[in-house]
Design a protein around this ligand. Structure first.
Ligand SMILES: [Zn+2]
Length: 405
């Protein structure tokens, strides 16, 4: 059984211990010491990092009352030798801020609405806790944050101690009854919250600094709250404040006017998009009429619009074709389109009896392409861009041979 030094003193950064066992976890070397300040992953709190004899500790796990330190590489010290362990204090203190913050927030939710915290997870970026509650409003969250931060500003002492018997345990008004038997460790926020917990905590609530709920969402019958404390909360405030500064400088407005101005901008954008759509349509209409006017008229009264595009996008070309055959009831459109390869698009007014599907299959061969469509609207794509004009000439010359059957 490893003696857990962090139970008595979560501020212990360096300690001496004896090696009890040297083992392998997978391929990684690991050691079990007689005592340790390294916290193993448990109760929602992740493990501590640090070094043992200058060798990095990559993970710490708990197994049968023993704490296993998984090392990046083998250390030379044998069993029974003394080693020095040093924990990564920045990481540890962050975990202390988050975990003590969680107790304060959970205590607040219990005090305000009698809501129990069913689980807690201290993540790399944010912490989460799950509660069972029908719904949670903006005002309720604000109220919870306000009360929780008040507890921080009070700078109340946080004490950790062991309770031996069930008798003693029953006397305490614990926020949640533990399922463990035997000795139970209690974390007490003075005159506010009593919880059974094995985690590392700040010595007073003031060290938590700040609690901020980032967001919350309903998950089945639970609500999951995302929150951050301490330095994480300051860092979050810092980048968000920077971002708002940048945006309000760009828009040359006060940050407090941001919401209003963005609403106005979105409204304007909607209007502009509507206008642009109308203009595009009118332009396309004009272009379609122009192309019909410039078409060549054949003896049988059929108009031929033949053109190769390079600058338009293909969707626009398709729309233009549709417009042309809708505007005129005796027009044949033979379009080519150059991008990385070649595309051809043949169409005719609904009243005409040509078969554009069969025609494009033949003409498509000139651009080494494939495609098809209906009798009055067909398209094909191929690799040979230099063949486009030839494909259109072929179609023009052979149009009469491709009548609808
Ligand atoms: Zn806890």
């Amino acid at each position: 059984m490893t003696e857990r030094l962090y139970y008595q003193d979560s501020y212990l950064k360096e300690f001496k211990a004896r090696i009890l066992k040297r083992i392998k976890i997978g391929n990684q070397p690991a050691v079990i010491l007689d005592r340790t300040a390294f916290y193993p992953t448990s109760g929602g709190q992740p493990f501590d990092k640090g070094v043992i004899q200058d060798t990095p500790v990559v993970e710490v796990v708990e197994e049968d009352e023993e704490i296993i330190h998984i090392l990046r590489e083998e250390i030379k010290e044998e069993i029974n030798s003394q080693v020095v362990g040093r924990i990564d204090w920045e990481r540890r203190f962050d975990h202390m801020q988050q975990h003590s913050g969680q107790h304060i927030l959970s205590g607040t939710l219990m005090e305000l609405w009698g809501v129990e915290t069913v689980s807690f997870h201290l993540g790399e970026e944010v912490c989460t806790l799950d509660i069972i509650k029908e719904k949670l409003t903006e005002e309720e969250i604000k109220k919870a944050e306000e009360c929780a931060n008040e507890i921080i500003f009070n700078n109340r002492p946080v004490k950790c101690y062991l309770v031996k018997g069930e008798e003693e345990l029953r006397k305490l008004n614990l926020r949640k009854v533990p399922d463990r038997k035997g000795k139970i460790r209690i974390v007490e926020v003075e005159n506010f919250d009593l919880s059974a917990c094995g985690g590392t905590h700040c010595r007073a609530t003031g060290e938590v600094g700040l609690i901020k709920v980032i967001k919350w969402e309903k998950r089945g019958e639970k609500i999951r709250l995302e929150f951050i404390c301490g330095r994480r909360a300051w860092e979050d405030y810092f980048w968000k404040n920077e971002l708002i500064k940048i945006i309000s400088n760009k828009l040359t407005i006060k940050d407090s006017e941001l919401g209003e101005v963005i609403d106005r901008m979105l409204e304007e954008r909607k209007e502009t998009r509507k206008e642009l759509k109308e203009f595009k349509e009118r332009l396309q209409d004009y272009e379609a009429r122009n192309l019909i006017n410039e078409s060549s008229l054949r003896d049988d009264g059929v108009k031929i619009v033949k053109k190769v595009f390079e600058e338009k996008n293909f969707q626009e070309v398709r729309e233009l074709v549709q417009k042309i055959i809708n505007l005129d009831d005796s027009v044949v459109v033979l379009f080519g389109f150059k991008d990385e390869g070649a595309k051809i698009l043949f169409a005719c007014s609904r009243g005409l009896k040509y078969d554009m599907n069969r025609l494009i299959r033949e003409a498509g061969k000139v651009i080494e392409g494939r495609g098809g469509g209906t009798y009055n609207f067909a398209q094909a794509g191929g690799k040979k861009a230099e063949g486009i004009h030839k494909a259109l000439d072929f179609a023009l010359k052979n149009l009469k041979n491709f009548m609808k059957k």
